[in-house]
Design a protein around this ligand. Structure first.
Ligand code: ATP
Length: 311
């Protein structure tokens, strides 16, 4: 395991000297390098704190996991999945970035991008519903991030507005990769396009029908969740919601949902193509990109069209 036993994470920094020569310095980071501030949130197995790098004054969100609690609750596997997935995904606008990991005697630390505007869920709740333009703005970013994950052999499996953070520029950052599936490359050096995995994961309202019917999911499960999120931004509530999980699952497998009054026609059309029971008939990332709802967005040029676009 690559948790550094000295309690420090190393990274290489390239510095250019005055005379034009450059050298690589190995920098070690540990708990001592950060000044910890307010608590940003508390999860079932972690506390997330605001922290400032004493050297650079850069702010981060540091996720602190209590080792004993993780071991007792048998969550070691998930902590490692989260670390390995974030390391594989590296740097992308739409994915929360993992800068360092280190540990001390009692805890594991993930030093992450700080997203000061909280969760997309809070934003939807604050406004009640989002209009078509905002839904397109966030939707295009989420779709671009899903494409990046899938292109890198990662299926998120628990996409929902709680797991989509909003950064200082109001851009989205997907987080919570503890239940992701990391695909292995095949003999052709590519990730298998239709790999499926069997463990039950997800959150009732966003779970795909194939998970409930066949107990197996592939990339289309993230597309299903994307459809639920788009619906929720417009309607203010997810499409499948009942008083308990069992009834929610019943609604999902029967495709029992209705559009709220005033739900824009163009978004209805998109949702109908995504919320399709058979994952083979469901819209793909490509067909969603080509849908009329996203006609103003150039997905071939995401940097300009999605990430640098004015709000
Ligand atoms: P659970 O583990 O119970 O599903 P969770 O996934 O929300 O909960 P954490 O990932 O530990 O648990 O996050 C706890 C809270 O901290 C989140 O609800 C979120 O509001 C906040 N948070 C997490 N990461 C960041 C971040 N990078 N920037 C800002 N706030 C964050």
């Amino acid at each position: 395991e690559s948790w550094d036993s000295q309690g420090a994470a190393t990274y290489v920094k390239k510095v250019v000297n005055d005379n034009g020569t450059s050298e690589e310095l190995v920098i070690r980071k540990s708990v001592k390098d950060f000044k910890f501030g307010k608590t940003l949130g508390v999860g079932s197995y972690s506390t997330v704190l605001l922290a400032t790098d004493k050297n650079t004054s850069n702010q981060f969100a540091v996720k602190v996991l209590d080792k004993r609690h993780i071991i007792r609750e048998k969550k070691v596997k998930y902590v490692n999945i989260e670390k390995n997935t974030l390391n594989r995904l590296g740097v992308h606008n739409g994915i929360v970035r993992l800068f360092f990991t280190f540990q001390d005697e009692s805890s594991l630390y993930f030093v992450l991008d700080y997203a000061p505007n909280g969760e997309l869920l809070s934003l939807i709740k604050e406004f009640g519903t989002l209009n078509e333009d905002s839904t397109r703005y966030y939707g295009a970013q989420i779709l671009d991030a899903i494409k990046y994950m899938h292109d890198n052999g990662v299926i998120h499996r628990d996409l929902k507005p709680e797991n989509i953070l909003v950064d200082k520029d109001m851009k989205i950052q997907i987080t919570d990769f503890g239940t992701a599936k990391l695909l292995e490359k095949g003999d052709n050096g590519r990730y298998p396009p239709d790999a499926r995995s069997k463990s039950f994961v997800g959150t009732a309202e966003y779970v795909s029908p194939e998970l409930l019917n066949e107990k197996a999911v592939g990339k289309p499960c993230d597309i299903w969740a994307f459809g639920c999120i788009i619906y929720q931004m417009i309607a203010g509530k997810p499409p499948f919601k009942a008083t308990n999980e069992y009834l929610t699952f019943q609604k999902i497998v029967k495709l029992q949902y209705a559009f709220t009054a005033g739900f824009p026609m163009v978004v209805r059309d998109l949702i109908k193509k995504i919320l399709v029971l058979n994952p083979k008939d469901r819209a793909t990332i490509k067909t969603i990109q080509n849908h009329f709802f996203f006609s103003d967005i150039d997905f071939n040029n995401p940097q300009e069209s999605i990430w640098d676009a004015p709000q």
